[in-house]
Design a protein around this ligand. Sequence first.
Ligand SMILES: [Zn+2]
Ligand SMILES: [Zn+2]
Length: 617
Amino acid sequence: SLTNRSNSLNAPGNDGRSDSDRGSSYSRPRSPGAVLPLPASHGRMTFLVPIPDLNLMPDSPPQETSSTAGITPGGSLASTLDVEADKGSNSLAIVPVPDHENHVVQTLDQDNQKLDRYVFKRTRMIYDSLRLHLTVEELRRPEPNPYRRAVNLKASRLMEESELCLHKGQHLVGSVPGVEIGDLFFYRKELCMFGLHRPLQSGIDYTSAHRSSFGVPIATSIVVSGGYEDDEDKGDELVYSGQGGRDNSGQQRQHQKLERGNLAMVQSMHHGVAVRVIRGFEYDNGVRSKVFVYDGLYRIVEYSLVRGKSGFDIFKFTLVRIQGQAELGSARLKRAQTLISTPLYALPAGYISFDLYGNNQGVPVCLYNDIDFDRSPLNYEYIAQSAISSVITGKGETDGGCECKYSCSDDCICVRKNGGELPYSPYGKLLRGKPVIFECGITCKCAYGCANRVAQRGLRKKMEVFRTRELGWGVRSLDLIHAGEFICEYAGVMVTKEQAEIMSMNGDMLVYPGRFAGTWKLWGNLSDVYPGNVPPSYPTLPPIDYAMDVSTMRSVAAFIRHSKEPNVMVQFVFHDHNNLKFPRVMLFALDNISPLTELSLDYVLADEVDERLAICN
Ligand SMILES: [Zn+2]
Ligand SMILES: [Zn+2]
């Protein structure tokens, strides 16, 4: 297939570069994101997970696909484009850019794809945690600016100044390295920062004639925001109105012309250039907010100039989605919302339980299997919090809480225990990972809604344990989860090292939380934005050598599968006892996790498969 691709690239109408030229002109994104150091925990720690039923996710978890076209995950777009290339179209067109900028060619190389994904996710983590950091900084000012926009603008400016924006100065055709279908964004500026769509207002992004290998302007992406009276969106096929002639309120006041974006769309159609489609819509996730989701590549199949509903002439472009791509991200979001609002009795077949916890959680936790007849998760008893004996906690040993009235602030003794800053944003998001967090506890006078009580409030997201295609079990949420948000406690029965040694001989399932000891560094590292910003070394925690028995009692978290590219991380938290050797294992989101997307956790496994079943410590 590589040969086909080269042929296509050298076909008339393309820029005619030789393979060797192309090889040398391709280079990795220059963003410093590419050289972000791995957390110290990676590679050096060789902790082992002895849990027989912990399922390993494939390296790149398969996207749920609506079709069974046999496209390998991660390589789907490249494969699709290959198929298209066979037909002689110019789908992999290179748009020349000035010499000082990089040429970008999509690659079929799996390693490169992984690196691209890694760079994208890392960069987004920096951006998301930077936004949280700036929000808190803004609120500390004497007269805080009430608009979120101010914070977002500052965050993107800092990202730009730190050269963290990806593909800057490049004009990408086709899929964007590292970005997957279904990836979520909250602001137009983000689309620009990650190379998906550059203009902040205009719905059509295009490259100008003098920078295009075709010598004509080429459209590369569109944002479908709805609200245009002449648009029609059926998902895989959509009719998109051209640009121009509208006033500030979006009313059509003039005829549209065959110029700028409209001309570029027509040229993309003539040259068979695939166009990225990003859908933007209001999404109700507790709070109503706008989301943008990347929906993959489409081809423009026809266009016409018609009299619009406004009475003015407008361009209408019909776009058809290229086959074989992962499920539409926007469709998945809407499916989740439908599931949430559907009465229990009307839910699709496959739901085995709607309440694994037996009503002791405020939100439903479902069991779903549409693959086979396995119902084994019903064999466990579900607990929201780890069971911990008073022998371990030390009965009555509390050191007195704070005297705060409603919510704690930076000078409260509990907050001082955390190094003098609240560990969470006012909306309960983790500002940055720490060796450990001390939340307010039972002896504190502050209210339950105190900003220093987050993980102790328990699960707030509608969760599902589901049967995976690899015939293991996985966990996903029906709710959208924002980066930094608390998910749930990884719960079991806490046992001492000595107890664990006996239990492991019986083949009980044990998790060793000590393995997660360095993974908090994944979240909130802003050293690329603020040089000199070092990971917090305080509060410190003694080595953790307890084990968690999940063979009879557990939380849904025990079904979360392992991945080296996790979207969830562990943060140790105390709130109900003071034995520093037994922190609770709390899970927080590292990423904006779209509904129905599988959660994954890095169990810090050894590379050698045999050792996976060995006993740690
Ligand atoms: Zn307090
Ligand atoms: Zn307190």
